[in-house]
Design a protein around this ligand. Structure first.
Ligand code: PLP
Length: 422
């Protein structure tokens, strides 16, 4: 089919939630590159919103998926599943920092007063299919944690303004952005919002009914806004002292994007619960809710479940993604290329005739803040020039390239950005 035929078919049959999509349809990819229906080549600086961490068509991922598909794609969760058990073990090791890949330093205060669990060590995992589902499970688990201790009144969550946690009814409630909530009232009760990076506001919001604080280490969807390290340390300490849980949404920051397997590792804190999705399966849908052992045990038989979550195909994909990140040194690459990219962008910003306001970046999570509301037109010009980028709001260009990126693609992108900003 050509692009016009595909657009017509889509408009007639697909719900309009994505509005007028960019009129491009990709047919295949290799490494850092994607190709469209006309055979045009694009450098992928967005990785399907932080998903294709190994790039496109990575031979190890293709092989693992093909081999697993030929064995068994799905068997329900009433039966044991080898890739699932292995993946849970792998994530537990990575999160606990016991296999050399995680940072594993535990500077979270360690006062385990009924909620904060920084010393307990070891995580158990529940698999689902998306970030929203992983967060939904985290929210249910946190409520169960207190409910089963006879403290059902401790059911309130504090999340941060500008956050993004997903599109289910409860996760749009956790998402402190009215634009995602406005047509869907009544929302889930028990959520309140405070300003990011403001520990005084957070302290003031905590009370005897608080169950958990939920945050992203770097707010991605709203334009790449990092939390300060001091703030994160103070949040961990506050949660420990107040006996409440800290949930970290690593759906976008996780799986190497910021240069460590999970972003909380560079921040030097440990969550009680953290969530993953996006890059975990390298493009195969999978979500994960990871909870410290003493929190995870709050879910007992029948409390939660899923049909597809963690099926053999998705888990085989995620296992090879994690193994490949290790064997190809992609954490190091993400950190080094992230630094190279930021440095180059900052140098370029100085010469951009005042068009760039600021570069916000950690590893390969990059926001280019423009002084004028021209992000969409710049993004379109980049696409024209063969570079796939994202935008956040009207002013920010958002880059989330595959972790395999090299200097060549970065240099070529900066050249294209220069043209696009003329
Ligand atoms: N949490 C964060 C931080 C995200 O960035 C996203 C998606 O962009 C989600 C949750 C929701 O993930 P999904 O779209 O897989 O439900």
């Amino acid at each position: 089919m050509n692009i016009n035929e595909i657009i017509k078919l889509d408009k007639e049959n697909y719900m309009g939630v994505f509005g007028a999509r960019t009129p491009v349809c990709f047919t295949h990819g290799e490494g850092m590159f994607l190709y469209d229906t006309d055979g045009k080549k694009y450098t992928d600086m967005f990785a399907g919103i932080a998903v294709n961490c190994l790039g496109h068509g990575h031979p190890a991922l293709v092989k693992a998926i093909s081999e697993q598909a030929a064995k068994v794609i799905h068997c329900c969760n009433f039966y044991y599943n080898e890739p699932q058990a292995k993946l849970a073990e792998k994530l537990n090791k990575l999160a606990s920092g016991t296999n050399g890949s995680g940072v594993g330093n535990n500077s979270g205060g360690g006062n385990n007063s009924g909620g904060g669990t920084t010393q307990s060590g070891g995580y158990k995992i529940f698999f689902s299919n998306s970030g929203a589902e992983a967060n939904e499970a985290a929210i249910k688990l946190a409520r169960a944690f207190f409910n089963k201790k006879g403290k059902a009144h401790k059911n309130e969550f504090i999340t941060l303004n500008r956050s993004f946690h997903g599109r289910t009814l409860t996760t749009i409630t956790a998402t402190a952005q009215p634009k995602y909530q406005k047509y869907f009232t009544p929302l889930t009760p028990g959520f309140k919002y405070v300003e990011p990076n403001d520990i005084t506001a957070l302290k003031a919001a905590v009370n005897e009914n608080t169950c958990a604080v939920m945050l992203e280490i770097i707010q991605g969807e709203s334009g790449v806004h990092p939390m300060d390290k001091e703030y994160l340390t103070a949040v961990r300490k506050l949660c420990d002292e107040a006996g409440i849980l800290l949930i970290i949404d690593e759906v976008q920051t996780g799986i190497g994007r910021t240069g460590t397997m999970f972003a909380y590792q560079w921040a030097g804190i440990e969550p009680d619960i953290f969530t993953l999705a996006k890059a975990l399966g390298g493009g195969v849908p999978i979500g994960a809710t990871c909870a410290k052992n003493n929190v995870a045990e709050s879910f007992s038989q029948g409390d939660h479940g899923t049909t597809f979550g963690g099926n053999p195909l998705a888990c085989a994909a995620a296992l090879i993604v994690l193994e490949t990140i290790e064997s190809e040194g992609l954490l190091k690459n993400a950190a080094e290329m992230g630094e190279y990219f930021s440095k180059a962008l900052n140098e370029f910003a100085g010469k951009s005739h005042g068009k760039i306001k600021e570069i916000r970046a950690k590893g390969l999570m990059i926001g280019i803040d423009l002084k004028e509301p021209i992000a969409v037109s710049v993004k379109n010009k980049l696409l024209e020039a063969g570079f796939i980028a994202g935008s956040a709001g009207e002013n920010t260009i958002r880059l989330l390239p595959p972790l395999i990126i090299g200097k060549e693609e970065i240099d070529a992108f900066i050249k294209a950005l220069k043209e696009a900003l003329l």
